[in-house]
Write a protein that binds this ligand. Structure first.
Ligand SMILES: Nc1ncnc2c1ncn2[C@@H]1O[C@H](COP(=O)(O)OP(=O)(O)O)[C@@H](O)[C@H]1O
Ligand SMILES: [Mg+2]
Length: 272
């Protein structure tokens, strides 16, 4: 189960009893804040900050399926980036497996590589994660980075291509594929390293029904296999079926009978 710290402002009265359930905490944010800096406006450096996450306190336990929901701009993608060590705290801390992930620890290549082999990330925009000249190379990249042997890499590529029925795309250039095909390749890449934690940003967007069903089955299987899943989605049926725990972000106020919390409440917008 997810273990939550109780912060009155974040907990809906109906679940005041909710907290702290046993589990091995794998992800922990403590008073974590993050601002993007954009140029063009005034501070001393000619920049101004866009607050994206403010005072996040959140713990996620191993094996949980956590669904992030919130309006556009409420910080879901930014939180996933932070979990993956792609951005670092402006204030507060983020720990993965009890180890602080920050710009300093991520400069250590062994640490960074270990983190990236334990967490897979399927971006909302598949183009951001595809850069090889063929699908086969793309899927092989992660396992090769992890130091697997040629035969093991080949096997992983074959398994992933079979799972997502993309054998016929193996020699194609990822940037020429359709949006849905790219998404399947991006998911295959994330799974090919067999990470403990998998983060999905709007995974069902742009998929046809058959591929959605396939992906739902993959998510069920991953959950069954005990993987920690963190999924940002607007899809209520995915959320209802898979979530052990909801994290509602920003101004989004949905109350669920399932365990849930509200974070980043000062930031959210009313966009949908
Ligand atoms: N690269 C960026 N530069 C500046 N601001 C950004 C950037 N990415 C996101 N933001 C801002 O951060 C906030 C949170 O965005 P995001 O995490 O993408 O939200 P969500 O995924 O919930 O739609 C928004 O105000 C957004 O405009
Ligand atoms: Mg997003």
């Amino acid at each position: 189960m997810v273990v939550m710290e109780l912060h009155d402002k974040n907990i809906h009265p109906s679940i005041e009893h909710t907290h702290s359930v046993a589990g091995d905490v794998i992800i922990e944010f403590e008073d974590f804040s993050y601002s993007y800096f954009e140029s063009g406006q005034d501070d001393q450096n000619g920049q101004y900050g866009v607050d994206a996450l403010r005072n996040i306190n959140l713990q996620i336990s191993r094996g949980n399926c956590v669904v992030l929901m919130g309006y556009n701009g409420s910080g879901k993608t930014t939180l996933l980036k932070a979990i993956n060590g792609l951005i670092f705290a402006s204030a507060g801390t983020y720990k993965f497996n009890d180890q602080i992930v920050d710009s300093k620890s991520m400069k250590d290549q062994i640490f960074a590589k270990a983190l990236h082999s334990k967490i897979g990330y399927v971006f909302q925009d598949s183009d951001s994660s595809l850069f090889c000249s063929s699908v086969e190379e793309e899927i092989a990249f992660g396992p090769a980075q992890m130091g697997l042997g040629v035969e093991d890499i080949k096997k992983r590529v074959e398994d992933m291509c079979k799972l997502f029925e993309i054998e016929h795309l193996k020699s194609r250039a990822p940037y020429h594929l359709s949006g849905g095909e790219k998404k399947k390749v991006a998911i295959a890449c994330a799974l090919s390293i067999n990470p403990d934690v998998l983060c999905f940003d709007e995974p069902l967007n742009g998929l046809d029904i058959k591929t959605r069903d396939k992906l739902m089955q993959v998510l069920r299987d991953l959950k069954e296999a005990g993987k920690t899943l963190i999924i940002a989605t607007h899809d209520q049926s995915l959320a209802d079926e898979l979530a052990d725990f909801f994290v509602y972000m920003g101004a989004h106020h949905k109350y669920s009978d399932k365990p849930h919390t509200h974070i980043n409440m000062q930031i959210g917008t009313n966009n949908t």
